[in-house]
Ligand binder design. Structure first.
Ligand code: AQP
Length: 330
C-alpha cells in the first residue's frame, strides 16, 4: 500500500533557533516510519530577505547537518535542497495564475515582514506563499508539520489547490497542517509579544541550536520575565509563560506539573534548570552535527540522492499540470 506523503521545510535564512526546533524540526523524525516523508531545505525562500551569498551557502549545509543530527534518516526520508529541484520554481509560475495580488497582500507574515523592510519590498516576499504552495503540492503531500505561524500559508495552499482543481479538474491533494503538541509558537526571550525568529537581530532574543552551552545558559538568565514574583502560567506574565512552554517542549512535562514544581522555588531556579535542560539537548545535537558537517563528501551524496528522488516525484506532477493548462508536450 502507498504511504501518505509528509512534506516540510525550513529556510536557511540564518542559524536555526529552538523555535524552529520545537515547532518543526524535532517533530520531523516521528513521521519517518509511517509516512513517505520529504524534508527540504528551502533555500529559494531565503531570497525573500537579503542574504549574504557565503552565509546562505554555509547555513544551507549547516541546516542539512542539523536535519541529520535531529534524527532524519536519508534511507527513510527524502532530504534535499529546494534549488536542486527546478520544478518548485516552475510550478510556482503556473500557480501565480490562480492567486490574486490582493490575497497575497493580506497575508499576516507578508504584512509583518514588509513593515520591517528598511528599503523597497522584494517581490519574493509577496510571492513567498505561492512558492510554499508549489513545494507542498508538487509532492501531493497530505500532511505538513509546521509551527503555528505557518497556519495561514497552509490555508492559502489549500485555497490555491482548490482553485486549480476547480479550473482544470482534480489534480492536487489538499494538504493538512500538523502542529507540534507542545510549543506551537515560541516567543522571543527579549520580547515575548513577538515570535522567536532566526533573523532577529537581537542576539539575546533567540537560542540557536548551534549556540554554545554557556551562551544558552546566559541567554536564559537574561530572558525577560516580570516583577510579580508569582510563578504562574497566564497571559499577564507572557515572558514566564513562554519559558514554561519551552520547558514543557523539551521535557514533555505538563504545564501544570511544571507550575506545581516551581511555584515555591522561584524564577531564578527555574531559569537555571531550564538553561541546563536546553544546554544538554543542544550539546547532544552538536555532537552529531559536528560528525556530519565535517564530512562534506557524505553531505554531498545525501543532497544529490535526495534531489534525484524528489525530482522524480516532482516531475510527475509538473507534467500533469503542464498538460492540464495547455502547454505543448516536449
Ligand atoms: N518561534 C517559533 N515557534 C514555533 N515554530 C516556529 N517556526 C519558526 N519560528 C517558530 C517554525 O519553523 C519552521 C521553519 O520556518 P521557516 O524557516 O520556513 O520560516 P519562519 O517561520 O519565517 O522562521 P523564522 O525562524 O521566523 O525565520 P525568519 O526569521 O527567516 O523569518 C516552520 O515550520 C515554522 O512554523
Amino acid at each position: 500500500m502507498n504511504k501518505e506523503r509528509v512534506f516540510s521545510g525550513i529556510q536557511p535564512s540564518g542559524s536555526i533557533t529552538i523555535g524552529n526546533y520545537i515547532g518543526a524540526l524535532s517533530n520531523f523524525k516521528e513521521f519517518q516510519d509511517d509516512f513517505d516523508c520529504l524534508y527540504c531545505i528551502v533555500d529559494m525562500h531565503s531570497l525573500s530577505n537579503e542574504q549574504k551569498p557565503s552565509e546562505l551557502r554555509k547555513n544551507t549545509l549547516d541546516l542539512l547537518a542539523l536535519y541529520l543530527a535531529a534524527g532524519l534518516n536519508p534511507e527513510k526520508s527524502t532530504v534535499f535542497i529546494q534549488s536542486h529541484v527546478p520544478a518548485h520554481a516552475e510550478l510556482q509560475w503556473v500557480l501565480n495564475s490562480v492567486v490574486s495580488v490582493g490575497h497575497l497582500e493580506r497575508m499576516t507574515q507578508y504584512k509583518d515582514k514588509a513593515q520591517k523592510q528598511s528599503g523597497s519590498i522584494p517581490a519574493t516576499l509577496l510571492n513567498y506563499p505561492i512558492l510554499m504552495a508549489a513545494d507542498i503540492l508538487l509532492y501531493q503531500a497530505k500532511y505538513v508539520p509546521v509551527g503555528e505561524d505557518q497556519k495561514q500559508h497552509i490555508e492559502i495552499t489549500r485555497d490555491i489547490a482548490e482553485r486549480f482543481n476547480y479550473r482544470y479538474s482534480d489534480t492536487f491533494v489538499l494538504p493538512e497542517i500538523i502542529l507540534s503538541k507542545s510549543g506551537k509558537r515560541i516567543m522571543s526571550l527579549q520580547d515575548p509579544t513577538v515570535k522567536m525568529s532566526k533573523s532577529d537581530e537581537n542576539p539575546n532574543g533567540s537560542i540557536r541550536l548551534l549556540d554554545s552551552p554557556d551562551d544558552v545558559r546566559r541567554k536564559l538568565k537574561r530572558a525577560v520575565t516580570d516583577s510579580l514574583g508569582n510563578f504562574d502560567y497566564n497571559d499577564e506574565q507572557l515572558g514566564l509563560k513562554n519559558l514554561i512552554d519551552i520547558y514543557s517542549a523539551f521535557t514533555k512535562e505538563t504545564v501544570e506539573d511544571i507550575v506545581n514544581f516551581y511555584k515555591d522555588l522561584g524564577y531564578g531556579r527555574f531559569k537555571s534548570d531550564l538553561g541546563e535542560i536546553i544546554a544538554e539537548e543542544v550539546r547532544d545535537i552538536q555532537v552529531e552535527y559536528n560528525n556530519y558537517i565535517s564530512d562534506k563528501a557524505q553531505l554531498e551524496k545525501i543532497y544529490r540522492e535526495g534531489a534525484e528522488k524528489a525530482s522524480y516525484m516532482a516531475e510527475k506532477t509538473l507534467r500533469k499540470v503542464y498538460k492540464k493548462v495547455g502547454f505543448v508536450a516536449r
